[in-house]
Design a protein around this ligand. Sequence first.
Ligand code: AMP
Length: 192
Amino acid sequence: MGVRLVILGRPGAGKGTQCVDLAAHYAVPHISTGDMLRRSVAAGTPLGREAKSYMDSGGLVPDDVIIGVVAEVLGDPEFAEQGWLLDGFPRTVPQADELSRITADAPIQVVANLEVPREVVLERIAGRRAEEDRADDAEDAVLIRLDVFDRYILPVVEWYRSRGELVDVDGVGAPAEVFDRLVKVIDEQLAS
Ligand code: AMP
């Protein structure tokens, strides 16, 4: 049976790339709710039509909608056997609570909190803006996403921490270094 991992981290912190590499390393499917929603938007499905306005404004898709999507994916017996790496979910305490119910039979093994300070993410965005000498709506949405993320994710981080399920990983540095740190911490947790 494959491993079951959750990776938490700010948008713009390089989490997406790390998750792709980690999923390959542990040979498990990479389940990114952001990617799933973007595919639904591109395909014009009912889910995509419902999610689009929330995503465009930088807000969160309602809990019941995204929980339904994740419950369906993780309920697939194939995923239960293969294991998975969840990226972008949970984003709120109700999502975390529901996830623990969904995974009651095969619980999450590691929740890794990839820490990149807000200032570092903001500097990257500001650097890009200065380089391109412009401020555009897409980047304003990134800033809103960052605010929304911080507002809802901190209680999620504390929720996992209080249950003793959280490990912190320093996300600042070269991607290869950060990857090594993640693997080390995840392997330690899996072995404990
Ligand atoms: P991401 O690529 O993970 O930053 O997700 C892009 C956008 O999809 C977010 O800004 C949200 O609008 C939406 N989204 C992704 N995951 C979730 C989630 N777990 N809960 C609510 N909205 C989500």
